[in-house]
Ligand binder design. Structure first.
Ligand code: AMP
Ligand code: MN
Ligand code: MN
Length: 332
């Protein structure tokens, strides 16, 4: 990995103006990676534009530079000589931001095992969060100093992608980096409060309603939740209020896999998958053109809610039959 990290230093130093982007449905790792990188390369005098084809959840508003992130618009133009894409397995994950990329080289920094090496430079490694790779890059750029703001952005990615250091992707390196970030004044309790422990009223009410309808298959190994547009309307909630729901079903005692179905539109169902010990949920997500990690993955299915549910649960059952005979493998 050392070599791949070092290989990024030259193209970054040679660039004058950089486009930074990451996947839709932005999360703490994606945003933390982009904002830390922005603050780092600004120290080198680079002009940086961050564009995402999505809105930014309010819970990240404490991160330095978050207000400068632009949401993609059709008439947006950027004049850059380098594009850096973070936390995304392929260019489809950045949606319409791909249209902004012209002839300039692309740097791809990611930790998904299904990353297709779309960049001219690819830093892809099996680490808990993309921010671990941004941290490694900072160490290689002697002129760049770690600051409180950069450290806070990096720590946010570590905390969110590891479920506060509880998921199986957490390594000793993850903890070592976090320990170093604490030396820069990072306040993990504040990050946890902002991102994980503050819920809108609608989120809590929705959670109650959705959990009441928890579904479980006959074996007890598959548990799932559904959020329909009707439920959201009834409560006056929106999609942002579904945050955190995906983590509940797999906590059911005896369950191996937990799933959340979200009706975005009538025939657009976003699916989040999580597993506990052995089921490779990214294999299921791939069947529906999605992706992710062995223990956390997602996809979008263009069918009605009940049809999407039936097809996906069947695919999970088939994957369960394949994976249960294998020893536990893979990390988040
Ligand atoms: P989520 O359930 O949205 O938190 O996503 C869990 C993991 O799956 C993350 O690593 C995502 O990057 C990945 N993922 C989610 N949706 C998709 C998708 N449609 N295509 C590829 N990867 C996805
Ligand atoms: Mn992500
Ligand atoms: Mn990530």
């Amino acid at each position: 990995m050392n070599k791949e990290v070092s290989a990024l230093v030259r193209p970054i130093k040679d660039a004058k103006s950089i486009l930074l982007t990451g996947h839709v449905s932005p999360d703490g790792d994606n945003l933390g990676s982009m904002l830390a990188l922005k603050l780092m390369v600004e120290q080198l005098g680079k002009k940086v534009t961050i564009v995402i084809d999505d809105s930014i959840p309010d819970c990240f508003s404490f991160l330095a530079g978050i207000d400068e992130i632009k949401e993609y618009e059709a008439d947006l133009t950027v004049d850059v000589d380098l594009t850096i894409v973070v936390d995304s397995s392929n260019l489809e994950r950045i949606a319409r931001v791909e249209e902004l990329i012209k002839e300039e080289p692309i740097i791809n920094i990611d930790h998904h095992s299904d990353n297709n090496s779309f960049g001219d430079y690819n830093l892809v490694a099996d680490v808990a969060a993309t921010v671990e790779l941004i941290y490694a890059l900072q160490e290689k750029m002697e002129e760049v100093e770690l600051t409180f703001e950069i450290a806070t952005a990096l720590a946010t990615g570590l905390i969110t992608d590891t479920g506060s250091f509880r998921y199986s992707n957490t390594s000793s390196m993850t903890h070592q980096i976090m320990a170093e970030l604490l030396n820069y004044g990072v306040d993990p309790s504040l990050i946890a409060k902002e991102v994980l422990e503050t819920n809108s009223y609608q989120n809590l009410i929705l959670r109650g309603k959705v959990l009441q309808n928890l579904q479980v298959d006959t074996t007890g190994k598959i548990a799932w939740l559904k959020v329909s547009q009707e439920m959201l309307e009834e409560i006056g909630a929106d999609l942002e209020d579904t945050t955190g729901l995906v983590n509940y079903p797999r906590t059911l005692k005896g369950a191996e896999v937990g799933i959340l179905f979200k009706e975005i539109e009538q025939e657009e169902i976003r699916v989040g998958l999580r597993s506990n010990n052995y089921l490779q949920v990214n294999q299921v997500a791939h069947l529906f053109d999605g992706g992710g990690h062995p223990r956390a993955a997602g996809c979008t299915i263009n069918l009605k809610l009940d049809e999407a549910e039936e097809q996906l649960i069947n695919a999970v059952k088939e994957q369960l039959a394949k994976d249960k005979s294998k020893p536990s493998e893979g990390r988040d």
